[in-house]
Design a protein around this ligand. Structure first.
Ligand SMILES: Cc1cc2nc3c(=O)[nH]c(=O)nc-3n(C[C@H](O)[C@H](O)[C@H](O)COP(=O)(O)OP(=O)(O)OC[C@H]3O[C@@H](n4cnc5c(N)ncnc54)[C@H](O)[C@@H]3O)c2cc1C
Length: 435
């Protein structure tokens, strides 16, 4: 079998990349080792930039129609006696334009939508149940059941998630950071009026609630590393109480979970591969970087990688400038952005990692001031959204720390929009003569 591009891994990243390429007329073979949708939870929060990318792919309306829109994340800090000490909001509507909300959509359903659309193109070949085992110079080595076969291609892209065979083949090593906490994660029914996100914390507890469509809510509850085994030995009512203590809104709903087996353990890790490209191979998504789930970015980073790499590869093939060295444009655009998101998510994780009252006090004050200072609020939402990148400076940190007064003047819409990535920022090689 021969193709233009071979993609190993049909997760969100691989499917976005495939869709992008086939829509530009590029021949794609995608190998996915799974046959059926796995039962494990994965990222479900779509940030604004992902919605923009889906719009360009003709998926916005479908996702919008199926997903639960989240405009506001309600952040509640409670006292030890569970009284509300502080409430602040992360509000997506500070972002001007069409993409001013996040969306929750079941992970496998989203993948289904993408696969369905990609499959309408005759030059797309999806090999389900096919494991990529390695590579020769011009071919991927695959195994489906007992059958072994090769796919020849001009470019090989690894989208296999954290344990990437393509990354290994490229000789790229990653250094993983682990955390002192894990998460319990589970989806269960919710009140139909509960549609915005909620993050509830005390000095030593954390619960995130993210409403999905169809009257469901995905939850993440922080536990100290190593506590899972002991917890599971307690009656399930103990789990219910952990939730209802912090979020009365789930009372009467979380009790629908009757067995610990329904609740999964999620182990956060962070790594960033030192490079994404080698010769005619590149890695995207979790193969290139794993991000702490606190800011809901993992799936979005995979989508954003796929958008840039897909556009670049299609341009290279269309213009005949097929030298694999041109693939480094992808790394030039994405590396800095991904690194910033990894750092932001890591900082957010640290803010909830240490079960001490002074840490919770600093966190409370930081969120309060972020909400009150319109520029800080915009920066935070912009960085989380993926629509742009505007790093915090010393002035911002002093305001957050309470050492300088908050700014009361908001930025006008046109100045905010100037902070969005432009087409030239996303696809700089399109400038005449650069590719
Ligand atoms: C267990 C888990 C839970 C997570 N939960 C959250 C969360 O709650 N919130 C959040 O924001 N993010 C979460 N994430 C992160 C988020 O889901 C990922 O960042 C996102 O799915 C990355 O997409 P991807 O396409 O790069 O990789 P993946 O989604 O991991 O997809 C990789 C695909 O490649 C396939 N594959 C692997 N090896 C091969 C091979 N050799 N040959 C062929 N196919 C192969 C796999 O079967 C899989 O379908 C979670 C990740 C994991 C692993």
């Amino acid at each position: 079998m021969k193709t233009d591009v071979f993609i190993s891994g049909g997760g969100i990243g691989g499917l976005t990349l495939a869709l992008k390429l086939v829509q530009r007329g590029v021949k794609v073979v995608l190998a996915e080792r799974q046959i059926k949708a796995p039962a494990t939870y994965k990222g479900e929060l779509l940030q604004p930039k992902s919605m923009k990318i889906f719009d360009d792919l003709g998926l916005f309306e479908k996702v919008h129609a199926r997903a639960n829109e989240i405009k506001v994340l309600d952040m509640l800090e409670l006292s030890s006696s569970l009284k509300v000490l502080d409430q602040s909001f992360m509000d997506y509507s500070v972002l001007p334009g069409k993409y001013s909300a996040s969306y929750m959509m079941p992970h496998e359903e989203l993948k289904g939508l993408m696969l369905q659309l990609a499959s309408t193109y005759q030059h797309f070949h999806y090999l389900s149940g096919s494991i990529c085992k390695g590579f020769t110079k011009q071919a991927a080595l695959l195994q489906r059941g007992k059958e072994q076969f090769e796919v020849e291609a001009d470019y090989f892209f690894g989208a296999e998630g954290r344990s990437s065979i393509t990354r290994k083949e490229m000789g790229i090593e990653v250094k993983q950071t682990t955390y002192n906490h894990h998460f319990l994660t589970v989806t269960f029914p919710r009140d139909e009026k509960f549609t915005d996100g909620q993050i509830v914390s005390t000095y030593n507890r954390f619960l995130g609630l993210f409403p999905l469509p169809d009257g469901k809510v995905r939850s993440v509850y922080l536990i100290p590393q190593g506590d899972y085994k002991q917890l599971k030995e307690k009656p399930i009512s103990h789990f219910h109480k952990l939730y209802t203590d912090l979020a009365p809104v789930v009372d009467g709903y979380v009790q629908k979970l009757t067995d610990w087996k329904e609740i999964q353990l999620m182990i956060p890790v962070m790594f960033h591969a030192p490079s994404y490209v080698k010769e005619n191979k590149a890695i995207i998504g979790d193969a290139a970087h794993a991000v702490h789930p606190m800011a809901g970015e993992g799936m979005n980073m995979a989508i954003q990688d796929a958008d840039i790499l897909g556009e670049l590869t299609a341009d290279m093939l269309e213009s005949g400038k097929t030298d694999p060295a041109n693939l480094t444009w992808y790394e030039k655009v994405r590396y800095r952005r991904a690194d910033h998101v990894l750092q932001l998510s890591h900082l957010a994780a640290l803010a909830y990692s240490f079960p001490f009252k002074p840490v919770s006090f600093i966190r409370k004050r930081t969120f309060e001031r972020m909400e009150e200072d319109p520029i800080l609020h915009f920066k935070q939402m912009l960085n989380v959204s993926g629509l742009g990148m505007w790093k915090e400076n010393f002035h911002d940190r002093f305001i957050q720390g309470g050492l300088m007064p908050i700014r009361s003047k908001n930025l006008p819409t046109d100045l905010k929009e100037l902070k969005y990535f432009t087409r030239e920022d996303d696809y700089p090689w399109k400038v005449e003569g650069l590719l």
